[in-house]
Design a protein around this ligand. Structure first.
Ligand SMILES: Cc1cc2nc3c(=O)[nH]c(=O)nc-3n(C[C@H](O)[C@H](O)[C@H](O)COP(=O)(O)O)c2cc1C
Length: 354
């Protein structure tokens, strides 16, 4: 049982992970209404969309939910020559793959974080979670003053300590198994690839706040394993990707079912930041240009129209198919049903463990 989630009125020790680009208000509200904590990854949303989507969740359920942001600077310095060079590579790849889409230079590389944070404060979710960096003390206190609990993402014990020192109410530890972008901010990503079995007990010993376990958990057994290691709750992302309420492209959902573990790797070539997903045709084709990639969020913005076009064309092999190492255990079913199945498995596995 999760002390952290219970204090919010959430019945189950289960969090549906924020999944920017793949989550929808329908997914989040279905999970929250089913007694777990739904999270909306709002990292790619402009402030007004964040507010609109939070309102949609509220219209569908009166249960608590979380909003999640990527902590980024408001402005980015860009190497224009590097941008031009990678655009030529990407456009040539699209041409050779027969997709009539080309990179575009966006008006802004990413939404301004300070504006997103202001919108999040206004939206007033029960929980605000953050990845990619720390908030400062004032930002943490301002959220808490509005009754919003703050959760920080950590991929190492040092990062868990750093969030606890900033006053976070809980820390979500992201094991190396986890799908999507690495939250790492104090280390090079490859130096913070700690497996969840190591990371949970280490973090639990290091900080006084509840530790949430994320990475490779696909069923109730995994939730119990995380709990036995000291986790207060489990956060599952990939497990919810194949739900009908998820916005992941159909080709991506299909590919998840056949994901071979050796093809799930760390990928930089879609976004310029380490992320776990399927090593598909796009990833292989961009491999020779690994040293030429602009950093996040620049590359992420440049590939956005390509990924949209690939999804529309049913080309999973050209799209960022983020997923955790245990992706092949995914079960396509409505989110509320998945919560129910997970909790039944959790109860059964708990009896066995006791
Ligand atoms: C498609 C996808 C998108 C993700 N987007 C976010 C995000 O926006 N913010 C965030 O903090 N974590 C994000 N994550 C990471 C999750 O919070 C979590 O660490 C991860 O899903 C756990 O591993 P699992 O996918 O094996 O369950 C994402 C994960 C996936 C699979």
């Amino acid at each position: 049982m999760s002390a952290f989630l219970r204090s919010l009125g959430v019945r189950h020790p289960l969090i549906q992970a924020p999944m920017s680009g793949s989550n929808t208000p329908a997914l989040v509200s279905a999970v929250s209404a089913a007694g777990a904590l739904g999270s909306l990854g709002a990292g790619y949303l402009e402030p007004q969309s964040l507010l609109d989507q939070a309102a949609q969740i509220r219209a569908a359920t009166n249960q608590p939910f979380a909003l999640n942001l990527f902590v980024l600077p408001d402005d980015f310095v860009v190497d224009e020559a590097q941008v031009d060079a990678i655009r030529r590579r990407l456009d040539a790849l699209m041409e050779s793959e027969g997709l009539a889409v080309r990179t575009e230079r966006p008006a802004r590389w990413a939404p301004r974080f300070s504006d997103q944070l202001a919108a999040l404060r206004e939206a007033r979710p029960a929980v605000a979670s953050f990845a990619f960096d720390l908030l400062d003390h004032t930002q943490v206190r301002e959220l808490q003053a509005r009754g919003i609990r703050v959760v920080g993402t950590a991929t190492s014990v040092a990062e868990a300590r750093a969030w606890a020192a900033r006053g976070a109410d809980a820390v979500s530890v992201q094991g190396a198994e986890a799908g999507g972008h690495r939250g790492t901010f104090l280390h090079a990503p490859e130096e913070a690839m700690v497996g969840l079995f190591a990371l949970v007990p280490l973090a639990v010993a290091a900080v006084d706040v509840p530790v949430i376990a994320a990475g490779g958990i696909m069923d109730g057994r995994g939730m119990v394993a995380a709990e036995v290691l000291g986790a207060d709750a489990s956060q599952l992302g990939t497990a919810f990707l194949a739900c009908p309420e998820s916005a992941a492209a159909e080709a991506w959902k299909r590919d998840l079912l056949q994901a071979q573990d050796h093809r799930v790797g760390t990928i930089y070539s879609f976004s310029g930041r380490a992320a776990r997903g399927l090593r598909n045709r796009f990833v292989e084709a961009m491999q020779p240009f690994a040293g030429e990639l602009p950093p996040y969020p620049v590359l992420n913005a440049l590939t956005a129209p390509l990924r949209r076009a690939a999804a529309a064309a049913g080309r999973g092999d050209l799209l960022s198919e983020w997923c955790g190492q245990a992706a092949a255990l995914v079960r396509p079913m409505p989110a509320a049903e998945l919560v129910r199945v997970l909790m039944e498995e959790y109860a059964a596995a708990r009896c066995t463990a006791a």
